[in-house]
Design a protein around this ligand. Structure first.
Ligand SMILES: NC(=O)c1ccc[n+]([C@@H]2O[C@H](COP(=O)([O-])OP(=O)(O)OC[C@H]3O[C@@H](n4cnc5c(N)ncnc54)[C@H](O)[C@@H]3O)[C@@H](O)[C@H]2O)c1
Length: 348
């Protein structure tokens, strides 16, 4: 057994270590801090290489690669989305990701991203709502009480100050699970038996369901004026959650139009339908919420820079937290040209 060179070792954050890190920092604080990293990166949007994610579709779901770079660091996430998985005992979404140096191409972090995706998606949703939700929003309807649900609720409590979450899922067990997990957060939890009941009195409506079809989680008559909709589950071609009429009544905000036009709710609209990019709102170049009666819609699909921000955050935390192991991941011979010799010498 030869000892790997220092350069060969890449910090790896396993699921176990990610859970330790989340619990050491506290999930709410971690979401708020990731939101700050995401906001900082949205504010330097023009620095990033951007491309719609590369998606491999199948009848069961999708596997995607999400790369981006700010010129100094490069990051990508591998993520799947398989709506049928839950019934088969698998996660709908699993992910891992890499951060690397641009100057020499060496990876500097490999991390689980199933948990991190839930944290960053919640952080993004709440961050965007800071710019779009009606002033003083206190109640959120949460339709779809699966893996992302509690993270969303915590994010809106911490970043936005909501105090009530109205839960609804077609599967009652999911609602019971979410209510149990949120019981100690200080949020008032209302378990609802229909989506209509869930949206009653809510200033914010989050849809977070998983179905590989054009679903209608919200119909037009369920959405009153002044509401902010945080639509997360429509994130693939042929997979949407909102009735088209709602889109026509809303001002629509997106992450990166070339990706959202293919994957988001707006795939139901003309390709030139007006949308506003969130980075423009965050940098003051475009208006967020204009008035109290406007319906704002965040057509969220999840963009590579959000994962890049989350990986950047994790890398920074490893300075203070011992929640990683070093992986012998890069072949790094003493003489960079002598790769063969390194292999041969390892034979002993
Ligand atoms: N936009 C993003 O950045 C982003 C990030 C992560 C996940 N997602 C998407 O969010 C969705 C939810 O992800 P998850 O990991 O929580 O999935 P999940 O499978 O764990 O949970 C989905 C829940 O939706 C419920 N549901 C399905 N149809 C419903 C309906 N008609 N009404 C009410 N509830 C319904 C299911 O019973 C389940 O509890 C997925 O579609 C996923 O692809 C988006």
């Amino acid at each position: 057994m030869t000892t790997p060179s220092k350069l060969a070792l890449v910090p790896f954050v396993s699921v176990d270590n990610m859970m330790k890190l989340v619990n050491a920092i506290g999930p709410a604080k971690m979401i708020a801090e990731i939101a700050e990293y995401i906001e900082a990166d949205f504010k330097r949007w023009e620095k990033f290489d951007k491309t719609p994610r590369v998606a491999a579709h199948s009848d069961e779901g999708v596997i995607e690669l999400m790369p981006t770079s700010d010129g100094e660091s490069y990051g990508f996430k591998y993520v799947n989305g398989h709506p049928a998985n839950m019934a088969r005992g698998f996660q709908t979404v699993t992910a891992f990701g890499v951060l690397a140096r641009v100057d020499n191409g060496y990876p500097v972090l490999l991390s689980e991203m199933t948990i991190l995706t839930a944290l960053r998606t919640a952080a993004t949703s709440a961050l965007v709502a800071k710019y779009l939700a009606p002033e003083g929003s206190k109640t959120m309807a949460m339709i779809g009480n699966g893996a992302q649900c509690e993270f969303q609720a915590l994010a809106f409590q911490t970043v936005l100050g909501i105090d009530t979450v109205r839960l609804y899922d077609i599967d009652r067990d999911a609602t019971e699970k979410a209510a149990r997990n949120l019981a100690s957060t200080g949020l008032t939890i209302v378990k609802c038996t229909s989506p209509e009941e869930a949206v009653t009195g809510a200033q914010i409506i989050t849809t977070c369901t998983a179905d590989k079809q054009y679903a209608t989680i919200l119909t037009d008559n369920m959405v009153g004026s002044g509401v902010h909709i945080n639509a997360i589950g429509g994130d693939c071609p042929g997979k949407t959650e909102l009735h088209r009429d709602i889109l026509l009544r809303s001002d629509i905000f997106v992450e990166y139009p070339p990706q959202t036009r293919v994957e988001g709710e707006i795939q139901q609209l003309a390709p030139d339908h007006a949308v506003t990019e969130m980075w423009r709102v965050m940098t003051g170049q475009a208006q967020g919420r204009r008035d109290a009666r406007q319906i704002t819609l965040f057509d969220s699909v999840g963009f590579a820079t959000e994962d890049f921000s989350a990986l950047r955050y994790i890398r920074d935390q490893l300075k203070d937290h011992d929640t990683y192991v070093e992986l012998d991941m890069l072949a790094d011979p003493d003489d960079p040209r002598d790769l063969f010799g390194m292999v041969a010498r390892a034979a002993g």
